[in-house]
Structure formats: C-alpha cells, structure tokens
Design a protein around this ligand. Structure first.
Ligand code: HEM
Length: 125
C-alpha cells in the first residue's frame, strides 16, 4: 500500500475515529494536556485530522485552510522534548490500538507518525 491509498482504505470515518481517540486522552495528560488550547481542542482535533486526511490521499482541506504545513515551524512554540515526543506517540499508539484500522494502513500510519513526531523534537530534555 502507498501513502496515497490510505484514505481510500480507512475513509473519513477512520481518520475521525483515530484523531478523536487521540484527543480524548489529551486533556487528562499531565505533560501534553497543558500544551494544547483548552478552549479550542475541537479546533486542534480538526487541524490534525485534516492534515492527516490530506497527507494520505483525501481532500486537501488542511492546505486550503492553513497553507503549507511547515510542521516543525508550527511546533516551535511548544516544548517538544524527547519525553513529550514519546508521550505523544504513547497516546497515538493507544488510539491506533483502539480504532483497529486495516493492518496495512495501520502499519503505514504508525511508521509515519513515529517519524514525524521525532522530527518535531526541539528541546533537549
Ligand atoms: C512530537 C510530539 C508532538 C507534540 C507535543 C505536539 C503538540 C502540538 C500542539 C500543542 C499543537 C497545537 C494544537 C492546535 O491548536 O492545533 C499542535 C498542532 C499540530 N500538530 Fe502537533 N505535536 C506533536 C506531534 C505531531 C505530529 C507527529 C504531527 C503529524 C503527523 C502533528 C501535527 C500537528 C498539526 C497538523 C497541528 C496543527 C498545526 C496548525 O495548523 O496550526 N503533531 N501539535
């Protein structure tokens, strides 16, 4: 499976369930909770969902609304230490385990998310 085929396999519903399962854990997380906008978690959820949908072959809503992702730059305001990266992936891994996407799409997403999360690290520790 190529990255561009993931959306066809998973659908809007799959991305919606995945990102919802991730954000459900955010407010209660001691490390990540304080980093996210408490008054706009629904907006944050939509931004991540739209980004992933567009990145994996779905409608390009993220780019239409937010422009070029420039993810490292957009994460610069947040202290992404290796521990924060690992916590983010722990929440995302739990979300992936919960929503049970088709195996090939699941593997591709885990790999991609882990790599991008590592790229977001901008603090020593
Ligand atoms: C490594 C750990 C990470 C941390 C601690 C983190 C934290 C955050 C925070 C606090 C925000 C602001 C929420 C908002 O209002 O949108 C954000 C935004 C965002 N994050 Fe992350 N993030 C991480 C990894 C990732 C990864 C791996 C991806 C994509 C694969 C990602 C994609 C995004 C996107 C698309 C936005 C919205 C950017 C915008 O348009 O303003 N993040 N992230």
């Amino acid at each position: 499976m190529d990255e561009g085929d993931v959306y066809a396999a998973v659908g809007e519903d799959g991305f919606e369930r995945l990102v919802a399962a991730f954000y459900r854990q955010v407010p209660g997380d001691d490390l990540l909770g304080p980093m996210y906008p408490a008054d706009d978690l629904a907006g944050a959820e939509q931004r991540l969902r739209d980004f992933l949908v567009g990145r994996f072959g779905g409608p390009p809503r993220y780019i239409e609304q937010r422009g070029h992702p420039r993810l490292r730059m957009r994460h610069a305001p947040f202290a992404v230490s290796p521990a924060a990266r690992d916590r983010w992936m722990a929440l995302m891994t739990r979300a992936l385990d919960e929503v049970r996407l088709p195996a090939d799409a699941d593997a591709l997403l885990r790999d991609f998310l882990g790599q991008v999360a590592t790229m977001m690290i901008n603090q020593p520790g």
